[in-house]
Each structure stands twice: as structure tokens, then as C-alpha cells.
Write a protein that binds this ligand. Structure first.
Ligand code: ZN
Length: 222
């Protein structure tokens, strides 16, 4: 009898745990998402400081690195990658890709790819064209990988003002937030941005997670 009771309580506990896990998973997938993206690094100091903040907050982000900068401090890129952040290709020398020949665009991307594979053993999943400048020709060179822009522009490069970066980052309801990890004013804005998005119930994703989520979301809508 005692054994049966124990069995029943264990079964109830298992069902209960399973229910809680399913509920947590459902809540997790239905939470709104935000992808923090940082361009133009790595920076030998500011990026490291940002990595500490992200680690402390248990948030994964995406770094669209410039190849020529990554070459100067590959250890920072490697640290970001090992911490679970996504590394994207932001060209080798940050030109306006739409003004280049297809061969030159291919070269900008390929050199950065080769370096990042060398550093991380991993090919970037996504590309972000400098200045967001792209057309069909540029997109064609990047295929099959997507070129990822943003829908929340913090204009941090223009303001260089922490309060303004925080305000702009929260001005839309999630999505893909553009920032630059080469400015101390931007890095200083990140803890509050994370706190605020967490308080609003957002889940932080990398850019590849964001693409998957969009794909699943559109399937759901069909
Ligand atoms: Zn850039």
C-alpha cells in the first residue's frame, strides 16, 4: 500500500514536472523576441567589456565583425564565439558594396569568411552589408546566406550618448536592434537596455534564431 502511494505520488510529481516544463516551453516560445546586434568590431577594449555584461546578464547577441578589425584582435572574436554569440560577416574593409563590382564584393566577403573560419572553425551564417547598402547584385553574391538589416536603429554612432542609445533601442517593440560595439557610450547603454527588455518579457536571440523564429512564425500563420 505504501509502495502504491509512493508510486502514485511519483507519477503525480512526474506529470506535474512535465506540465511545468511544457508550460515553460510554451511561454518561452510565445515570448516576444529581440536580437541585439553589434557592428564594426571587434574593439580590443569595448567589445571585451560588452562580453562581460552579456555574460553577467546571460544574453546571447550577434556581432557583425569587419574582417580587417578581426584580424587585429582575433582573440576577442574567439572569446565571443566561445561564449555562444553569433559572429556575422560585415565585409573586410566596410565599403559601400553597391559601388563595387560583383568580383570585389565576393572578395570582401570571402576574405572575412576565410579569417573567421580560421579563428572559430565556423562559417558565418549571415551577412550584414555596411551601411545597409545592398541591391540584387550584392544579394546575389551573398547567396545562399541572407543579408540581415535591422528594424531598430539606435543611431549610436551619431549621438555617442548613452541615454539616447537606450531610448532609441527601446523605441520599437523588439526586432533587430542595431548598435556598434566600438563606442564606450553604446556599451554603457547595454545593461539598462537588457534590463528593460527583460522587464517587458522579451527573449534575447541571435540573428540566426531570429530567422528561424520568423520562418516558424510564418508557417504558423499559413
Ligand atoms: Zn558597419
Amino acid at each position: 500500500m505504501r509502495r502504491r502511494q509512493l508510486l502514485l505520488s511519483l507519477t503525480a510529481l512526474a506529470l506535474c514536472t512535465r506540465g511545468a516544463t511544457a508550460r515553460a516551453a510554451a511561454e518561452e516560445t510565445s515570448a516576444p523576441i529581440v536580437a541585439l546586434t553589434f557592428d564594426d568590431g571587434p574593439h580590443p577594449e569595448h567589445t571585451l567589456r560588452l562580453l562581460d555584461i552579456l555574460e553577467r546578464e546571460n544574453v546571447r547577441a550577434t556581432f557583425f565583425v569587419i574582417g580587417s578589425c578581426a584580424q587585429r584582435c582575433p582573440e576577442v572574436v574567439q572569446q565571443a564565439f566561445k561564449a555562444g554569440h553569433e559572429i556575422g560577416n560585415h565585409s573586410w574593409s566596410h565599403p559601400v558594396l553597391t559601388r563595387l563590382s560583383a568580383a570585389a564584393v565576393a572578395d570582401e566577403l570571402a576574405k572575412t569568411d576565410a579569417l573567421l573560419v580560421d579563428i572559430n572553425g565556423d562559417l558565418p551564417n549571415t551577412i550584414r552589408p555596411p551601411y545597409g547598402a545592398m541591391n540584387d547584385a550584392v544579394r546575389g553574391v551573398g547567396l545562399p546566406r541572407p543579408m540581415m538589416l535591422w528594424n531598430v536603429d539606435t543611431n549610436d554612432w551619431r549621438s555617442r550618448d548613452t541615454a539616447s542609445v537606450q531610448r532609441e533601442a527601446m523605441s520599437r517593440s523588439g526586432g533587430i536592434v542595431l548598435m556598434h560595439d566600438i563606442y564606450s557610450t553604446t556599451v554603457a547603454a547595454v545593461p539598462e537596455i537588457i534590463r528593460e527588455y527583460k522587464a517587458r518579457g522579451f527573449r534575447f536571440v541571435t540573428i540566426s534564431n531570429y530567422i528561424e523564429w520568423q520562418a516558424n512564425d510564418s508557417i504558423d500563420q499559413v
